[in-house]
Design a protein around this ligand. Structure first.
Ligand SMILES: [Fe+2]
Ligand SMILES: [Fe+2]
Length: 277
């Protein structure tokens, strides 16, 4: 794309649309509260009602966000407080699971996963950007890919563990995807590490990102298909609600959206092909 050195005049404002971002994530967090409620042991009415409380609070917040045309600082503060409280709740549940104080129908890694999603959103809310100035841009862009690839790999693992063992064909498809995502996550971590050397160009990262985009599109379709199968009652599983499949599909679409931004930013690290003299 560029001849010679990257053109810094090309730098665009990377601010994200915080209203859209908040609408997306608050719906996701509302569903997290639902999944926690569904997974808690039925004798822990205190925790169940706490999860239900979060569900109602976040539903109301989602309604407000859908009706608004822009965010003001009061609303941002309200979102921040609600999500911070939810993160603390998730951490408390995770501690109880780790310390065997409750035996719930939820994987500890799932709670850690949804905790990480909320912590990342809080950071985005703070900075308003996918990347923050002053740190190596390339390392941060790779950080976004690492974050999402780990999330995607875990989605596959959770679904694998929730499918009925008789669903052999689906399980084989998922295992093949898990291997590909696991490899992509390792590669993303390697490339992020290499990018700390602050190269001017890194065409391989661009090639890798294009490959990741294709991989995520395929996973997105598998998730959409799983949601349809659950709705039609044509798949055996211990998945507590078909909503879980739709939830992870929406997150794959969000990853694709973020990847588009990452891919655009990466253009400044691209050089034309070099021909041997
Ligand atoms: Fe989620
Ligand atoms: Fe997720």
């Amino acid at each position: 794309m560029f001849e010679g050195k990257p053109d810094t005049g090309f730098l665009r404002d990377q601010r994200i649309d915080l209203l859209q971002e908040s609408r997306f994530w608050i719906r996701i967090f509302k569903e997290h509260s639902l999944f926690i409620r569904l997974g808690l042991p039925c004798d822990r009415l205190d925790l169940i009602s706490e999860a239900q409380g979060f569900f109602e609070e976040l539903s109301a917040l989602e309604d407000v966000l859908m009706a608004r045309r822009n965010l003001d600082s009061r609303l941002v503060q309200e979102i921040r407080i609600a999500v911070t409280d939810l993160v603390e709740f998730k951490e408390r549940i995770l501690r109880m699971l780790i310390q065997c104080e409750i035996h719930a129908n939820m994987f500890p890694l799932l709670i850690d996963h949804i905790r990480r999603e909320a912590v990342r959103f809080l950071r985005l809310l703070e900075t308003g950007r996918l990347t923050s100035p002053g740190r190596h841009l390339l390392t941060q862009l790779m950080g976004t890919e690492v974050f999402w690839l780990r999330i995607m790999k875990e989605h596959i693992e959770f679904i694998q563990h929730l499918l009925d063992p008789s669903e052999r064909v689906l399980l084989r498809t998922l295992e093949a995807m898990r291997i590909r995502f696991s490899g992509a996550l390792d590669t993303a971590r390697d490339l992020r590490s290499m990018s700390e050397s602050n190269p001017d160009y890194f065409n391989t990262v661009i090639r890798f990102t294009d490959e990741v985009m294709e991989l995520v599109r395929q996973l997105r379709d598998v998730k959409a298909q799983a949601y349809e199968l659950l709705l039609q009652c044509r798949m055996l599983s211990a998945i507590p609600s078909p909503l879980l499949a739709d939830h992870v599909r929406r997150e794959a679409d969000k990853f694709l959206e973020d990847l588009k931004v990452v891919r655009q930013e990466l253009q400044r690290f691209e050089t034309p092909a070099r021909r041997p003299q």
